[in-house]
Design a protein around this ligand. Structure first.
Ligand code: ATP
Ligand code: MG
Length: 584
């Protein structure tokens, strides 16, 4: 599987460093264009970009690439990036989506305020202007009202090998066009009866230039403009004009808009010729979208996962939505780091989920305090340890950062250990607990296993051992004990019960929707497992979104919504190592 990482960023020896240092943006073709514009003095204004989501769903990791790119470029050139809602499809849009998008962009670490000016825009605020410009195009003979049926329009559009056929209405006089367009706006016609089209070239090899529709009739309630309008502008018409109205210099979009660029330029050229805009006009530049393996980045399919109940909502921690990955515990920095690593190119490619998980581990390794959790608890009884006694053990909060101090937890006669850390008959190469074997209880004592208790079904219910009183970690005697295995543990008395949600990839296949197959068939039935675990006492009052590395297990976060004081609920963010597809 190929990735489009920037060559200088292959290999990630310095990745942890890169996550924390001020990022030095890697050169890319877009930056080269901006640098050239700066050299030639093309613009007499600062760099202005925009991120233009349609508020018809929740943002996902694909959008994060566009956000990091647009806001990142503006930031590093001292310019500004606008957040603009491209809201011209009344049926599908809502305030709920607007709010979630605002939250997502902020959480990713970006802002649209610059020098105390707020650069938050809505295409729907431009409806009056868009309408006036359409009348202007009609007056200049550049647009006409077409009254063909949708079917006739489709047929007359031609094919890849055949030019289109002019509509019988193409040469309507200006006055008639103006009159009809005004009456469309006044609500005198039914949906589909007329549309406004640009008059460009029905023989163009580019379909987008075969007299594209600019306005259509829709009797739909818009979440912001209500029932004021019954004609709505099309995306291609709205987008370039919004860019020009906002003085956008570089309009960055994904590759599927490459074929739309001639139309983008045509509309702005015509309006410049009419004296509406001055040159230079905004420049559209396309880059490849982010495709992430084991994930879906189509709003429609994500919606299907939610509405059909395959996941627990938009913010299910397995969802690639921004609200989902936030709840899962991903950091905004790891998402930015991923975007830096994959770079910006014009080559369509797939980024492996493991690249993302690598960015996450690199970021979390530095940040996350360490803690102990026992996910599959089994009792360990130290028979020669005095009953009713506890000692305090301590461990570093972070092994590479002594300045972050230590954490303490009790040691006592009864402990919880992982069930997999005991074997009645050890497989070859097994160095943990089995009768007669010695292991170190990390940060505690060396113990020797003496046997185990079973219930009437033969299940192991407790393991027994004896400890060596002079073997405590950090004391002189500790070094005279040589053992091959070290295991983690929690004092049964001090441990805090916690629900732990062990998440894995939502899909079993790298490209769940490849070749148009039903992506639901690739759902991973084991993507969510809930276990009743124990965590060390210090994690009892974990704040929502507090992250930890549970030693040996991976990175975990206290669930944003379900964690309550004294009752933590943890989500597994990612395991310590990439073990996907490898036998456990
Ligand atoms: P829709 O199908 O609803 O148009 P969309 O994913 O294109 O979905 P938009 O709200 O139009 O959603 O996207 C906002 C911006 O994010 C656009 O500029 C779009 O090009 C960009 N974007 C969307 N998906 C990706 C992706 N996978 N990688 C990079 N950029 C993306
Ligand atoms: Mg789109």
């Amino acid at each position: 599987m190929s990735t489009d990482r920037h060559p200088s960023e292959r290999g990630n020896a310095n990745a942890a460093h890169a996550a924390n240092a001020a990022p030095t943006p890697a050169a890319n073709f877009i930056r080269n264009i901006i640098d050239e514009d700066n050299r030639s003095g093309k613009w007499s204004q600062r760099v202005e970009t925009r991120f233009p989501p349609e508020p018809n769903g929740y943002l996902h990791l694909g959008h994060a690439k566009s956000i990091c790119l647009n806001f990142g470029i503006a930031r590093s050139y001292g310019g500004v990036c606008h957040l603009r809602f491209d809201d011209t499809n009344p049926e599908k849009e809502s305030f709920e989506y607007v709010e979630s998008i605002i939250d997502a962009v902020k959480w990713l670490g970006f802002e649209w305020r610059k020098d105390s000016a707020e650069h938050l825009y809505f295409a729907s605020d431009y409806y009056d202007k868009l309408y006036a410009f359409a009348e202007l195009l009609i007056e200049r003979g550049k647009a006409y009202v077409d009254s063909q049926s949708a079917e006739d329009m489709r047929v007359n559009r031609g094919s890849a090998t055949e030019p289109g056929k002019a509509s019988p209405y193409r040469d309507r006089p200006v006055d008639e066009n103006l009159d009809l367009f005004r009456r469309m706006k006044a609500g005198e016609f039914k949906e589909g009866e007329h549309v406004l089209r640009a008059k460009i070239d029905m023989a163009s090899p580019n379909f987008n230039m075969r007299d594209p529709v600019l306005y259509r009739i829709r009797f739909a309630h818009h979440y912001r403009t209500g029932d004021t309008w019954c004609v709505y502008p099309m995306y291609d018409y709205t987008h370039c004009i919004s860019d020009a109205l906002e003085n956008i210099t570089h309009s960055l979009c994904t590759l599927e808009f490459e074929d739309h660029r001639p139309l983008y330029d045509w509309i702005l050229d015509e309006l410049a010729a009419a004296g509406v805009f001055t040159r230079p006009l905004p420049q559209q530049i396309e880059f490849s979208r982010l495709n992430l393996t084991y994930a879906i980045t189509s709003k429609r399919k994500l919606l299907q996962l939610v509405t059909e109940g395959h996941v627990d909502g938009w913010d299910d921690p397995r969802m690639p939505t921004i609200v989902g990955v936030r709840r899962r515990g991903f950091t905004p920095e790891s998402i930015q780091l991923l975007c830096d690593r994959i770079g910006v190119t014009k080559v369509d490619s797939w980024i492996d989920m493991s690249v993302f998980e690598g960015a996450l581990r690199d970021d979390l390794d530095e940040k996350a305090p360490r803690a102990t959790a026992v996910l599959d608890p089994l009792k360990l009884i130290i028979d020669n340890y005095p009953e009713g006694t506890t000692e305090e053990c301590s461990a570093p909060v972070h092994p590479h950062h002594p300045e972050r101090g230590t954490r303490t937890f009790p040691f006592s006669r009864e402990l919880w250990i992982e069930r997999e850390d005991f074997a009645e008959t050890p497989p070859k190469g097994y160095f943990r607990l089995f009768p007669g074997n010695r292991v170190r209880l990390k940060y505690g004592y060396v113990v020797e296993c003496t046997g185990a208790d079973k219930d009437e079904h033969g299940n192991i219910v407790a393991v027994h051992c004896n400890y060596f009183a002079d073997s405590r970690s950090g004391t002189e005697g500790a070094n005279s004990y040589k053992v091959k295995g070290t295991i983690h543990w929690l004092s049964a008395a001090g441990a805090c019960p916690a629900e732990v949600r062990v998440y894995d990839r939502l899909f079993r296949e790298a490209q769940p929707d490849a070749g148009g197959r039903d992506f639901l068939e690739a759902l991973n039935p084991d993507s969510k497992r809930i276990v009743q675990a124990y965590v060390e006492p210090g994690a009892r009052d974990a704040a929502p979104e507090q992250r930890y590395q549970f030693e040996r297990h991976g990175y975990f976060v206290a669930d944003r919504f379900d964690t309550k004081p004294g009752k933590p609920v943890f989500n597994r963010i990612v395991s310590l190592r990439d073990s996907w597809g490898k036998p456990a």
